[in-house]
Design a binder for this molecule. Structure first.
Ligand code: VNL
Length: 188
């Protein structure tokens, strides 16, 4: 594969390393809220909130995703991709990377979530921990940008996203949430 067609890797930086003026003001509260995104979306909705499962598959994580989870790139991971709909509009794309080695014991229930939001499972466990957020502006042709736009007919100049590692029963999973244009336009 020629090098120029290889998907690029986004530049993830801890939230505290961003100057707040470089992040769109309407997105900052969404990117920085340490609570549950599902809860926040439910509160923002007038009528409805629902999860649409786009894809659940065994695959390789992206380069920076594997690095963040200390995985060999080739190691298989379970990837759950969803859209979170507020009042019938997709506001957030969610992508969860679960290493095979994290699927032990009770964590097996991560495979049978269906349309139940992952956040409900994570935030109902008082022992769960979450790392600090990393933020990135995803650019066209980066792995995570492509993963989003493959499912939606949108091609924005950039897509803002946050990610963090949860530990559920001591096992890591990487949760990435990408803010979509419908969320931005409704919060301007
Ligand atoms: C899901 C739900 C994923 C809420 C999320 O972020 C989220 C899910 C990755 O059901 O997969 O914020």
């Amino acid at each position: 594969m020629p090098i120029f067609s290889h998907p690029l890797a986004p530049k993830w930086r801890p939230l505290v390393c961003w100057s707040t003026t470089s992040i769109p003001a309407e997105l900052l509260p969404w990117l920085a809220d340490p609570g549950s995104m599902t809860k926040r979306l439910r509160q923002a909705s007038q009528q409805s909130f629902h999860v649409q499962v786009l894809k659940c598959h065994w695959s390789q994580a992206g380069v920076t995703e594997a690095m963040r989870l200390n995985l060999q790139r080739r190691q298989r991971t379970y990837i759950r991709e969803v859209l979170l709909f507020v009042d019938e509009k997709p506001w957030v794309y969610g992508r969860t990377i679960i290493p095979l080695t994290s699927l032990v014991g009770k964590n097996g229930s991560l495979l049978s979530l269906g349309t139940r939001p992952l956040g409900e499972l994570l935030f109902s466990d008082p022992q769960v921990t979450r790392s600090v957020f990393e933020i990135a502006s995803l650019q066209p042709n980066e792995h995570e940008y492509n993963a989003v736009t493959e499912h939606l007919n949108i091609h924005p100049a950039e897509l803002w996203a946050r990610r963090s590692v949860f530990h559920l029963h001591q096992q890591p999973l990487l949760v990435t949430e990408v803010m979509l244009p419908d969320l931005m336009s409704k919060n301007k």
